[in-house]
Write a protein that binds this ligand. Structure first.
Ligand code: B1M
Length: 215
């Protein structure tokens, strides 16, 4: 039953059909399916397929845009349920989060923010295309424990290093930690720029953030 639903979810993203994606997301909630599982086993499968087709020239920008919109609709529909399922009542720490300057991909970043908030972190999500200075200033203003930087493009990923360097220059590390993420980010890259942590997905991001505030 859920296998069929997951396939239909992937297909709704491939078709760029936001209404269908929303309908299927609601169906999953009613069926009591874990929203994160619906995202990872259903919708993400579709968006990855469109991304792959785009990179080898079998799909074009309009398809990428429509897939992105449908994906966003699905995640937005599932978000309240994710937050509702969050169990933590204690405040674990403060995270300033954003997609770095030059990059407007926000679906994964928003998912990470939702999971962090549902797990007990206070999240200050600055959105997309966020300059390094804005992340650092917000962290200072709110007394953040972690700055979370998302990048989906290899061209913008390099700015994650700028965040680490800005904090080092201001003598703010290790008090403020830097967690990075996004599809092109690798363990090697994290070691190269000296960031404090990274994760490949939203669940992992919560584990990493917990470990960082306990340090
Ligand atoms: Co774009 N795009 N895109 N795109 N897009 C990619 C990233 C790409 C890999 C597609 C491809 O060619 N295969 C490619 C990048 C190539 C590269 O740099 N090597 C690409 C490109 C080229 C572009 C444009 C340049 C296209 C153009 O205009 N010619 C352009 C750039 C615009 C810009 O940012 N300046 C562009 C635009 C777009 C849309 C606007 C159309 C749309 C985004 C809509 C939106 O976000 N509102 C879009 C989409 C949808 C994608 C793909 C298909 C899907 C991204 C996504 O939402 N994934 C993507 C291909 C792909 O990744 N398969 C692609 C689902 C999401 C749940 O996963 O974002 O990876 P993800 O997040 C995960 C993890 O990465 C991790 O946890 C999340 C949850 O599991 N994570 C973190 C993310 N952030 C984290 C932070 C953390 C920790 C973990 O700590 C802080």
């Amino acid at each position: 039953m859920s296998e069929q639903l997951y396939q239909a979810m992937a297909q709704s993203i491939i078709d760029g059909d936001a209404d269908e994606a929303e309908r299927l997301a609601k169906e999953a909630i009613q069926a009591g399916i874990d929203p994160l599982e619906a995202i990872n086993q259903g919708f993400v499968v579709g968006v990855n397929q469109v991304g792959d087709a785009f990179s080898c020239g079998d799909a074009f920008l309009p398809e990428l845009v429509m897939a992105g919109e449908a994906m966003k609709t699905a995640v937005n529909t599932l978000e309240p349920e994710m937050a509702r399922r969050g169990t933590s009542r204690q405040m674990l720490g403060k995270v300033v989060l954003g997609t770095i300057h030059g990059d407007i991909h926000d679906i994964g970043k928003t998912l990470v923010g939702t999971m962090l908030a549902a797990s007990g972190f206070q999240v200050f999500d600055l959105g997309v295309d966020v300059p390094v200075t804005a992340l650092v200033e917000k962290a200072l203003e709110v007394g953040a424990d972690i700055i979370g930087v998302s990048s989906l493009l290899t061209t913008t990923m390099v700015r994650q290093r700028d965040v680490v360097e800005a904090l080092d220059d201001m003598g703010l590390r290790p008090r403020v930690k830097v967690m990075v993420g996004g599809a092109p980010v690798t363990r090697e890259w994290v070691a190269e720029i000296g960031a404090d942590g990274y994760s490949e997905d939203a669940i992992g991001a919560v584990k990493v953030a917990r470990a960082l505030v306990e340090k």
